[in-house]
Write a protein that binds this ligand. Structure first.
Ligand code: CMP
Length: 140
């Protein structure tokens, strides 16, 4: 097992329901450490750039609208195999398919308002972390 970092977003549906602490508790219980974190309101331009890989998907416009609808908490999580571990802790993208005990099973409202985003590969984690954080803001 190798120590690794992944990028996470607590989405507007979760900040609206004051779930930041409960979601962080899930990460910490499973061995993920929050080594950087900030709350911000994404602009349309930021959300469009962040989700540019989904530009051609039918849900892109709604996704950008949703991600700019309220504050988010962007985070760097650190732990053994953090990318894969975080995906396990989050559960399936669609909460209807998420395992019991996962964040999305317990908290998500829908496939769009699914409470959290997590990087899907170590390479994307690097890029997504760099999108929001400088190295000096990450304290392991
Ligand atoms: P996320 O990990 O943030 O990456 C892209 C997001 O698009 C995804 O989580 C979902 O919340 C959102 N989304 C909305 N509709 C769909 C869909 N039909 N299929 C996949 N993702 C969707």
């Amino acid at each position: 097992m190798t120590k690794e970092r992944t990028f996470s977003i607590i989405k507007p549906d979760a900040t609206r329901r004051n779930l930041t602490g409960k979601i962080n508790a899930k990460f910490e219980e499973k061995g993920l450490r929050v080594v950087a974190q900030k709350r911000l309101h994404m602009t349309q331009e930021m959300a469009e750039r962040f989700y540019a890989v989904h530009k051609e998907r039918p849900f892109y416009k709604d996704l950008v609208k949703f991600m700019t609808s309220g504050p988010v908490v962007v985070q760097v999580l650190e732990g053994n195999d953090a990318v894969a571990l975080n995906r396990k802790v989050m559960g399936a993208t669609n909460p209807a398919n998420a395992e019991p005990g996962t964040i999305r099973k317990e908290f998500a409202e829908s496939i769009e308002a699914n409470s959290v985003h997590g990087s899907d590969s170590p390479e994307n984690a690097k890029n997504e972390i760099a999108f929001f954080f400088s190295e000096t803001e990450i304290v392991g």
